[in-house]
Design a protein around this ligand. Sequence first.
Ligand SMILES: NC(=O)c1ccc[n+]([C@@H]2O[C@H](COP(=O)([O-])OP(=O)(O)OC[C@H]3O[C@@H](n4cnc5c(N)ncnc54)[C@H](OP(=O)(O)O)[C@@H]3O)[C@@H](O)[C@H]2O)c1
Length: 416
Amino acid sequence: MWAGVACTFSRVGDQYSDQLERNGHARRLSDLELFADLGVRALRSPILWERTALDSVERADWAWGRLLYPPVLCLAGGVDSPPLGPGAVSDSAGAELTPIDPVRPIESAASTVDDAPAAGHGTTAARPRAQASRQIAITGARGTLGRAFARLCDDRALAHRALTRAELDIADPGSIEALLDDLRPWAVINAAGYVRVDDAEREPEACERENTVGPALLAAACARRGVPLVTFSSDLVFDGAKRAPYLESDAVAPLNAYGRSKVAGEARVLDAYPAALVIRTSAFFGPIDPYNFVTVALRELAAGRPFVAADDQVVSPTYVPDLVRASLDLLIDGAHGIWHLATPGAVTWAELAHRAAELGGLDPSGIVACSTAELHLAAPRPCYSVLASEHGALLPPLDQALERYFLQRSEAQAAT
Ligand SMILES: NC(=O)c1ccc[n+]([C@@H]2O[C@H](COP(=O)([O-])OP(=O)(O)OC[C@H]3O[C@@H](n4cnc5c(N)ncnc54)[C@H](OP(=O)(O)O)[C@@H]3O)[C@@H](O)[C@H]2O)c1
């Protein structure tokens, strides 16, 4: 018989707390005896990334694992097996369970964890088990979101397969069926989609194919197989009239073809598969992709060129690494329906450029604030599209995200 310990970080107002610390389990090694008394011979437990590796697995702190958190000790590997590295333990659908010696439960767990930090991220000891488990299928492998998910799965040693359009066309039923039958993933992350908001005005059919038809087909195929699915929608499903943060239950009223394709996609996905998770999110920025607003603004300012940005649209720019981490957690936790996941913050594009320039040590005087009308964009935009959630704020705030953007961008540059 196996068992699992459910643990999480909870938040009340601005107070965060670790539930295992609060209930005392974290420091009570003797709980293992109680598990063994119940006949439990294996434990599965999540690692809390908020405690271990908030910023990156490269800077993870595994030291606590030697002394504390018995459930994690148990997952560190059987007595005779190599320690299981972090990440695979989050694979609720496929990670192997680690045996507890019923006679010496504490010693058996503790004896294996001594080496656990050395077997951390990326070691050969960590990999084989993760690869043996069923994979997560990630569509849109070449896109910003798809690459970020693949990266996070690498960090967590979660078995995954990132699929290019040639390997899986989400709007082709035959392609979906073949791939799902062949790969038999335990979950599908649909990071594919049409994102060129202005181009969508002149090619709405192409936009609808990727944002409505594709997600709906994926949802129907996943529903037939009972495979969890997460797909992404946008803040542009709203018209901005509310002028206060939009919640999941607010009425949608898209102003442009892209927004309409997302509204239709959401409805068709949830109609075909009510257990699907549909995440609405906002304009991305991240440390890797060279084309996002923040990166382009910094590049232009650093080169001494003016940078034009609207000062009459209020948005919640969203830090991609935080978005993918929270999305993956929700997927693993079995969340479903519509969720808003955006970096908490409400800024105009011009304000965002200012904040980024200041944090990046650049002269912000090159930022030229203008109205949206002056930009002559093909697609109308809401003047306000900030997202908040009825489920609470799951992502760290904007200023913190921007600080990590600079840190992680430097790390990414140093690594290349
Ligand atoms: N970017 C944002 O600021 C933002 C904001 C809110 C929501 N979102 C949503 O987040 C999702 C991902 O956005 P992103 O910025 O990562 O987009 P992206 O960088 O443009 O990547 C989209 C990927 O989807 C792939 N794709 C398009 N149609 C496909 C199809 N029929 N089958 C398989 N793959 C297909 C593209 O493949 P090719 O490389 O072959 O073209 C591309 O690699 C989208 O649903 C988008 O609407 C994005």
